[in-house]
Design a protein around this ligand. Structure first.
Ligand SMILES: CC(C)(COP(=O)(O)OP(=O)(O)OC[C@H]1O[C@@H](n2cnc3c(N)ncnc32)[C@H](O)[C@@H]1OP(=O)(O)O)[C@@H](O)C(=O)NCCC(=O)NCCS
Length: 185
């Protein structure tokens, strides 16, 4: 019997994005609880498998969120999640979030490649005009990856996050459709 073909929602060069499934919850639970990962994320409480499953299922009944699994073409390895949140069609805006959960897959440019697919979808399909992102100021890799994707810093909220005994600023980022289009070859 022929192996089943993968489900692909957005196709990239080294990776593709597919709908996130409840079966992905064990990986996502491992990633989101990992101390090295969660120090720059919003969650400070432990999150169990049931809460992760509920979060995934909730995304599909929400009209304001698009959540996708990042999968490498090579071996169809599931390495992270990416999403558009708080989609607001009146003001044509949304917020992006991303997690490359498998630590050995960070620093390989997979984040920016996945982000490019998501931005194309946001601007060319969903007809959004601005896409925003917020980071903890000390998250150098996340800041670097947003710059690489063409976002610009538009603001800072001082002492927005308390992390590992220290106050950290929030950096607010934005990319508009015009900025994104100007970067296209
Ligand atoms: C943040 C994250 C999504 C970035 O994805 P990634 O695939 O690892 O991105 P990359 O490391 O390839 O980064 C792209 C750019 O960031 C820059 N960068 C990477 N690490 C950096 C660092 N420590 N300091 C400064 N810039 C850095 C580089 O300039 C790189 O561009 P280059 O390829 O031209 O050199 C991913 O590392 C991740 O999920 N980390 C853990 C969770 C997290 O912090 N999520 C984001 C919450 S807002």
């Amino acid at each position: 019997m022929e192996p089943q073909k993968p489900v692909v929602f957005l196709q990239g060069v080294r990776l593709y994005l597919r709908p996130l499934e409840v079966e992905d919850a064990p990986c996502a639970t491992r990633w989101i609880n990992d101390p090295d990962t969660r120090r720059f994320l919003g969650n400070y409480q432990p999150l169990n498998l049931a809460s992760e499953r509920a979060w995934i299922e909730g995304m599909y009944t929400s009209k304001t969120d698009v959540i996708l699994a990042i999968v490498l073409m090579d071996g169809h390895r599931y390495i992270g999640n990416i999403g558009l949140h708080h989609i607001d069609h009146l003001n044509q805006t949304a917020e992006t979030g991303m997690l490359i959960g498998e630590a050995d897959c960070r620093g390989c440019g997979y984040g920016p490649e996945a982000k490019e697919l998501l931005l194309r979808h946001a601007f060319q399909t969903l007809n959004l005009w601005t896409v925003r992102s917020n980071t903890v100021a000390g998250n150098a890799r996340s800041n670097g990856s947003l710059l690489k994707s063409g976002y610009k810093e538009v603001g800072r909220m001082p002492d927005r996050f308390f992390r590992e005994g220290e106050w950290q600023d929030e950096i607010q980022w934005v990319i508009t459709r015009a900025m994104w289009q100007a970067r296209q070859p």
